[in-house]
Design a binder for this molecule. Structure first.
Ligand SMILES: [Fe+2]
Ligand SMILES: [Fe+2]
Length: 145
């Protein structure tokens, strides 16, 4: 699917999210404690990356989407909180949440790609450019030294 240029960076991050989701599900299904441990460690190592991804979505995309898809946005926000909660539990040693985390991350990301981003692409060019600048600012690409 062709993405508006303002939303390409978030879509590229979604490819990485889908890959991580798949790895989580495979590791959880293996039942291999070492493999599960390694996968949980990978999630924790990447924590800043995807915590920033959630933050960018909430700051730059959920606000403009709220008027178009209020129920969807409320659901996506709840899912961010749920995933953060599971990660905190896994950090505390509760590795049994890996399967649920992988499943929700995959489903959540697919819904964003199939429903959230297309809804935003129906907005005006000016709105989309505003979102694009917001995403860049939240990434820190325009920070001056
Ligand atoms: Fe999200
Ligand atoms: Fe996302």
């Amino acid at each position: 699917m062709k993405r508006h240029p303002a939303l390409v960076s978030i879509s590229m991050e979604h490819h990485r999210s889908l890959l991580l989701a798949k790895h989580c599900k495979v590791a959880a299904a293996s039942g291999d404690a070492t493999r599960i441990q390694r996968q949980v460690e990978e999630i924790l190592q990447q924590r800043d990356l995807w915590a920033r991804h959630f933050h960018k979505e909430e700051q730059c995309l959920f606000e403009p989407a709220r008027a178009l898809e209020p129920v969807l946005v409320a659901r996506l926000l709840r899912e961010h909180e749920q995933m953060l909660d599971w990660v905190a539990r896994m950090q505390a040693g509760e590795h049994q949440w890996l399967q649920a985390f992988g499943e929700l991350l995959g489903e959540h990301t697919r819904v964003e790609e199939r429903r959230l981003l297309p809804a935003l692409e129906s907005l005006s060019e000016a709105d989309l450019q505003f979102m694009g600048r917001c995403l860049e600012d939240e990434t820190g690409e325009h920070d001056q030294p």
